[in-house]
Structures are given as structure tokens and as C-alpha cells.
Design a protein. Structure first.
Length: 287
């Protein structure tokens, strides 16, 4: 059973022309442990939300994206993924600075305040106490841009320091272990590594790979690609991308990302021509 949501499978199978073939959708979803009923209900909801239009019924249907089409939640932002791989190669050393962001927003602007908190968390900052977040990464431009969009520029204070102590903890690695859930993040990367090392076409060309999704042929390759993309996103999105100097070594994220890149290259090489745009997007992310 894959941990990928049914609607995410639909998004992942969108081709460059904006369509999803019903036969391919049902086959791939089935290989990922989803029932036909799950797929039918998901398609119905996506159509009701105005994200897709559908022509035909069941496995003979063709889904078409509406307007510009939905985004693809399985693909993390290119800039941050490339930063992670640069860290893995030792090309992003930490300068020893901590970056802090503080804000005081009244209850009347609660929605904007919550949105700023969410933005800081997505950017990898950790809460220290009410309205104060820190990170070793220079995310100031992104934070200020989010604050401006939310109308909170006047409420935001930014500073950097080499001298940070939280609850009596000042040693950088100890601070990182205190502020971020590193064991949980490491577990996600271990799951990604295990899947990536078992992902890819078999050497005999049957399309089967031990330890991954059962099945053969093009649909099995697509199912593996969706599962791998889901695991990569699950590991990367909650990762604050701390510099290696602050992480336990060896760090599972480094090994997992290398395994994922290798697995994706194998899957892309075996993908049929005109396949889902997922392959192009991940080629851009990992390229």
C-alpha cells in the first residue's frame, strides 16, 4: 500500500497536453493499493471542485485539466531541492549565523498571523517562544516577502547573531537537536532510501522490481514513479535543510537523496514517450 493520496495520483498522471487517461489512472491506482471505487469518488470530487473536466465513463474516460490546471504537490520547490543537493556535496557551508524573526500581531489579524507562522515553518524556521522563530539559513528575503503579502511588514523584526542560547542550550548541534524533530525527519529519509533502492526496472526488462509495487509493464513503472515522488516529497517538505555542521553524521538525508536521484534516473530512462509531465518536472528538480 502506498501512502500517496488518490487525488495526488490523478495529478501525477497528467500528461503534457493536460489529460489523464482513465485506463492508465485505474491501473496505476490499483497497483498502489487503491480500489476502483476510491478512484471514481476522487474523480467526482475533482470535477466538482472545477479542477478537471471528464469525457466518458470509468476506464474509458479522459480527464482534462481546467484552465491552467492544478499544481503538482509531489514536486517540491526546485530552488530548495537544489540547495539540499548542494549541501550534500559540501557546497553550502554554514557561516555560523542564526537568523531570528519576531512578530507581534493582534488577534484581529489572526488569519494573517497564522499564515506568517505557516510560512516560517515551511521555510524551516523553528519556534523558540511565542512570535519568535530561528533558523541557520538566510531566509530573510522570503520571510519579508511573505510578511509584505500579508500586510505584516510593520509587525516583523529580523536579526542575525552568532550567539544564540535557548533554555541554557548554546552549542549549535545541541540547539539543532532541541529545536527540530531530527529523529522523525531521519526516519522519513530512511523510508525514502529503502524505497529508492528497490525502485526501477528489472535488469531482465520485465518491469518488475523486488520490494516495490507489484505488476509489470508501463503502469508498474508509473506506479513506482508516483510512489517514489510521494516518498521524496514526504521527506523533503518537513526538512528544514539544516547545514551539515548541525546534523548528526552520517545524516540519512544525504544517502536518501542520492538514492532517489539514481532511482529517478532509472525510471525516467524507462518511461514511455509522451508520459506524464511528472518525469519532466522531476528532471528539472533533480537536474
Amino acid at each position: 500500500m502506498s501512502g500517496v493520496a488518490t487525488r495526488t495520483v490523478v495529478h501525477a498522471l497528467v500528461r503534457e497536453d493536460g489529460t489523464v487517461a482513465g485506463e492508465e489512472l485505474y491501473e496505476v491506482a490499483g497497483l498502489l493499493g487503491m480500489t476502483d471505487q476510491q478512484v471514481r469518488l476522487c474523480v467526482k470530487r475533482l470535477v466538482a471542485e472545477g479542477r478537471f473536466a471528464v469525457e466518458g465513463r470509468g476506464r474509458r474516460a479522459v480527464l482534462r485539466t481546467v484552465g491552467a490546471g492544478p499544481g503538482l504537490p509531489l514536486v517540491p520547490e526546485v530552488e530548495f531541492v537544489r540547495h539540499a543537493y548542494r549541501q550534500d556535496r559540501g557546497l553550502e557551508p554554514w557561516d555560523g549565523r542564526w537568523h531570528a524573526f519576531a512578530f507581534a500581531v493582534p488577534e484581529s489579524a489572526r488569519a494573517a498571523r497564522d499564515a506568517l507562522r505557516d510560512a516560517l515553518t515551511r521555510l524551516g524556521a523553528a519556534p523558540v517562544q511565542g512570535g519568535l522563530y530561528v533558523t541557520p539559513n538566510a531566509i530573510g528575503p522570503y520571510v519579508r516577502a511573505h510578511a509584505a503579502e500579508l500586510g505584516l511588514s510593520q509587525a516583523l523584526s529580523c536579526l542575525s547573531t552568532r550567539d544564540l542560547s535557548v533554555g541554557g542550550t548554546a552549542e549549535p548541534r545541541a540547539l539543532a537537536a532541541r529545536l527540530w524533530p531530527l529523529p522523525e525527519i531521519a526516519d522519513r529519509y530512511e523510508a525514502l532510501r529503502a524505497l529508492a533502492q528497490d525502485t526501477g526496472p528489472a535488469a531482465d526488462g520485465t518491469g518488475e522490481a523486488d520490494g516495490t509495487v507489484d505488476g509489470a509493464g508501463a503502469a508498474a513503472g508509473l506506479a513506482r514513479a508516483v510512489a517514489l515522488a510521494g516518498a521524496f516529497s514526504d521527506a523533503m517538505l518537513p526538512d528544514p535543510l539544516l547545514p551539515p555542521e548541525l546534523l548528526p553524521q552520517p545524516w540519512p538525508g544525504t544517502t536518501a537523496r542520492a538514492a532517489a536521484a539514481d532511482a529517478w534516473a532509472r525510471l525516467a530512462a524507462a518511461a514511455p514517450a509522451g508520459g506524464p509531465r511528472l518525469f519532466r518536472l522531476y528532471g528539472e528538480v533533480l537536474g
